[in-house]
Design a protein around this ligand. Sequence first.
Ligand SMILES: Cc1ncc(COP(=O)(O)O)c(C=O)c1O
Length: 389
Amino acid sequence: MSSAQEDSAQEGSAQEGRGRGDSTRCVRAGIGPARPGQPMLPGPVLAAPYHLSADEGSESDYYARVSNPGWRGLEAAISELEGDGDAAVGCAVFGSGMSAITVLLRTVLRPGDVLVLPSDGYYLVRAYATERLVPQGIMVRECATPAMVDAVAGARLVLAETPSNPGLDVVDLQSLASACRATGALLAVDNTTATPLGQLPLRLGADVVVASGTKSLSGHSDLLMGYLATADAGLLAAVLRERTMSGSVLGPFEAWLAHRSLGSAALRLDRQCANAGALAEMMLHHRAVHDVRWPGLAGDPAHTVAASQMSRFGGLVRGVLASADAVHALVGASELISAATSFGGLHTTVDRRARWGDDVAPGFFRLSCGIEDTEDLVRDLTRALDTLR
Ligand SMILES: Cc1ncc(COP(=O)(O)O)c(C=O)c1O
């Protein structure tokens, strides 16, 4: 199939997707019409060199860093999910969430511009801004996630992260988008923790979505990837040019693995959310844990806003134990939960965030709920918490 045929098949599939359930959309995402004799999901194309035509300039694929069939399938799938069937939304995939974010920052920002970042979001984005952007004359304004609406004046780019990692605070995206429109700022939303199955920032008024697909979206803890999605064709073209020149690319096998994993994303996320809800409720009433937060908890400070803009509250829960040692003791006492810093995978894991320099208490932990049976996890975590003094 030529890339023009792929585009129109995928446009058709994006529009068909409207009104269907999330698992149906995930299973079908980026997969064109049935073609007898062809696999439903073509395998990865691993070669970098492509045969060239004597008709110079006619090739759709000529070098894998620029374009390849595996990316196109995955990009069509993510466009469908983030765009919710809006055929104007396009996507670019990257080798990691950080490459998607830094390509956006490099593409948009110029010396003298103001960038607004969450003070409680993923720490490496702030580190990149401080170490790479500030020396170029870009001004960085940090603001706590829930208060971002009041921090956009004069900004060129606002990069929100909601729910934020690791604090799980939430910002009202419709209000933030209105404030950005009123002041002429571009609004980008990091949708890593929510995924497009939990929240649709473009529908809520954002200009761009960036995300790490390393987490719940691919969900098996076996690859790194990132993506950017937007309906702004000019911005997407500039981002693709930066991807090509900087080589911030996704490997073909990872692209294939990610697309293959997408089919089960809604199922996985439903179980992760159910587990997060059950573990958060249990921890709320356990003497060893305090400051339990999960946006789905009725009493959570973020719940009202989260409920107005999220369709799933995600698989991450945070809490605080008495000390760093208590977090290590918890992991030691649990049979099902191990320590890991990535999140969103099949296995339930815990991360003590002060270890990485986050500005949180030593006993602050982020729990990433996997897809194990809920009763098993509740029993195991309760028993492990009971061993703490
Ligand atoms: C919210 C958020 N954004 C971006 C990233 C970066 O993603 P990656 O590790 O795929 O580069 C992370 C990583 O944990 C994250 O939590």
